[in-house]
Design a protein around this ligand. Sequence first.
Ligand SMILES: [Ca+2]
Length: 178
Amino acid sequence: MHDNYALISVKLQYILVYEDKRISNKPFQLVFTTSADTDPITEKPLVTYITNALDQIVLSWSDVPHAEKYHIFRSKNGEEHRFIGTTKETNFLDYEDVQRGYTYSYLVKATNINSYILSNEIFAEIEVELSDAINALQILTNTASSKQIVNIVDVNNDGKIGIEEVIFIFQKIAGSRP
Ligand SMILES: [Ca+2]
């Protein structure tokens, strides 16, 4: 199946280059993927995370024997897991739409051409702090400087900081909300 794939790919490239009349002075490149690891994957990736000062979530996991790629899936606040990226490394930096106060859950899928295995589920959160509540209050009362950015959860999904977010932060800090 693999060889067929390569053959089709070569033919396709030949036709494209030929039709483009560039074949006379430019030899096309052959791409082979014969080094694929076909041994079954039996070990789960063991995932851990840290957060950094830029409010990013840095995932890393154990190197799984025979894995060629890792696919990363994320769930935000209990929603369904969605695919967010692929890497050949054993780490992944999540910086897109990461907001304080939300709970994120990650799964890493180790794959090769014949098999795959899912990691443990890891939950990550960037905790809200009192300064977030103060920032939110300043935005709410129009006393915030234009440089103030509040990267916190939008509790009621209205695209702005309101009293709902302030209450949410206080509840989080007080520990009356998980
Ligand atoms: Ca809001």
